[in-house]
Write a protein that binds this ligand. Structure first.
Ligand code: GDP
Ligand code: MG
Length: 164
């Protein structure tokens, strides 16, 4: 079976672990939990009739910038950039991580997820900001690890790009 490594990048507490957990086991845990190091989850999916084992690399802890300079990214076929719609600055952090990623791995498939769509009433991110990003070539999904909105779709879309 084909195996592909997918990295989950983004600022602290944007919902990286929650999104992986939602995708892998379709549950959402409100409890705030942080651990140290890197967590690797596996999930086998079928894309275009092809079995694919995804290795989902999730950075734990606050020091995402340091982690991105290490072997975390090596061998990745694609990655998510995750931002939190209720914290506008997490978009800038995601773009910064993308630039670092491209220094290390070149241009590989990626998607920007603006997470916490269930909290839209307290969003800081404007549609206008998203339009500017889209026009610059960034593919974006609006997700919620809490309700599951767009989560499966995002993982399947990225997986499809990684196989191409
Ligand atoms: P990480 O640091 O990026 O891995 O973020 P976590 O997955 O640990 O989530 C940080 C916090 O945001 C936790 O309290 C989660 O329960 C919460 N959270 C994550 N995703 C969502 C979401 O889509 N909606 C809401 N309302 N809360 C979320
Ligand atoms: Mg986490």
């Amino acid at each position: 079976m084909i195996q592909k490594k997918m990295c989950i990048l983004g600022a602290f507490a944007v919902g990286k672990t929650s999104l992986v957990r939602r995708f892998v086991s379709t549950i959402f845990d409100e409890k705030y939990l942080t651990t140290v190091g890197v967590k690797i989850d596996k999930k086998t999916i079928s894309v275009d009739g092809q079995e694919l084992m995804l290795l989902l690399w999730d950075i734990e802890g606050q020091d995402v910038y340091h982690t991105v300079q290490t072997s975390y990214l090596r061998g990745a076929s694609g990655y998510f950039l995750v931002a939190d719609g209720t914290r506008g600055d997490t978009i800038a952090a995601a773009i910064d991580l993308k630039n670092r990623m491209e220094e290390q791995a070149g241009r590989i498939p990626h998607l920007l997820l603006i997470n916490k769509s269930d909290l839209k009433e307290s969003w800081e991110v404007e549609q206008e900001d998203l339009n500017v990003l889209s026009e610059s070539g960034m593919e974006i999904r609006i997700t919620s690890a809490k309700t599951g909105e767009e989560v499966e779709e995002a993982f399947f879309t990225l997986a499809g790009k990684m196989l191409r």
